[in-house]
Design a protein around this ligand. Structure first.
Ligand code: NAP
Length: 243
């Protein structure tokens, strides 16, 4: 059980995996700060504070740090969950346009830069020992998805960052966990894929990994793909390319 007197900070909290995480931690009696651009549809709860902010805006980090300071609890868990996935075709006409450049910058900012900046900003408030930083990556961090090259690169970067952070923070008594969802039944995958798992299953896997001090939260297919990828990466690439 993560430290109950601490604050749980969750980005991308308004739907999908993030909302399931908010519900999971509230059910276990924790105090939660949920962050997204639009939190209007989130449940009201006396232990939930919401913050509407666009995480591609560099000012967002300062807003979050100020809110954490105002709440006044040590941060027990930071979950960098917010993410977007854009299809980007580098052979397309207009790939050099300012609109595509902005889209690429925003995707890198949200998926990779913001988790790094938020970790840096909230470390000052983190519970020592006993704090945990969770970064939500993807299987594409190991086997890139050709139609989403920017997304894949950000998730590979976030997976690498998590490993370095884990070693750096060990002496501080703070854990770093990588959460690797398989294909989820959320807005991000609407209209594609089959055999998707519920966000609640992923939230429970993340909660259990923090509680049991495990480095990785990888339920279902993710665990099997990660294991096979270590020994037979070419085979995994071939299988994933078929699906
Ligand atoms: N779905 C999958 O199959 C899958 C698989 C592997 C990894 N993942 C990863 O899991 C994480 C959660 O995915 P999901 O499927 O739950 O996605 P989702 O249902 O699309 O939810 C994304 C969340 O991020 C927030 N968000 C998006 N842009 C934002 C911005 N600029 N500023 C602040 N918040 C923003 C959204 O809220 P607002 O729109 O209100 O801002 C929403 O709460 C992501 O990092 C994703 O890459 C998902």
């Amino acid at each position: 059980m993560p430290e109950q007197s601490g604050l749980i900070v969750i980005t991308g909290a308004s739907r999908g995996i993030g909302l399931a995480l908010v519900e999971c931690f509230l059910k276990e009696g924790h105090t939660v700060l949920g962050i997204a651009r639009d939190t209007a549809l989130m449940p009201t709860h006396d232990k939930l504070t919401t913050l509407d902010t666009d995480l591609t805006d560099p000012q967002a980090i300062t807003h979050i740090a100020r809110r954490v300071e105002k709440i006044g609890l040590p941060v027990a868990v930071l979950i960098n969950n917010a993410g977007i996935q854009n299809a980007v075709d580098f052979t397309a006409t207009g790939i050099d346009s300012e609109a595509i450049a902005t889209q690429i910058r925003d995707e890198i900012m949200l998926n990779l830069t913001t988790p790094m900046l938020l970790a840096a900003a909230l470390l000052a408030f983190m519970l020592r020992p006993g704090g945990t930083i969770v970064n939500v990556t993807s299987l594409v961090s190991r086997q890139p998805k050709p139609s989403a090259p920017v997304y894949s690169a950000t998730k590979a970067g976030l997976a690498s960052f998590t490993q370095s952070l884990r070693v750096q923070l060990r002496s501080e008594g703070i854990d770093a966990v990588e959460a690797v969802p398989p294909l989820m039944d959320t807005a991000m995958t609407a209209g594609r894929g089959s055999g998707k798992i519920a966000p609640e299953t992923m939230a429970t896997a993340i909660f259990d990994s923090i509680r049991d001090q495990r480095n990785t939260a990888a339920p279902g297919l993710s665990r099997r793909v990660l294991m096979l990828n270590r020994v037979l990466p070419e085979l995994v690439r071939t299988i994933l390319a078929r699906n």
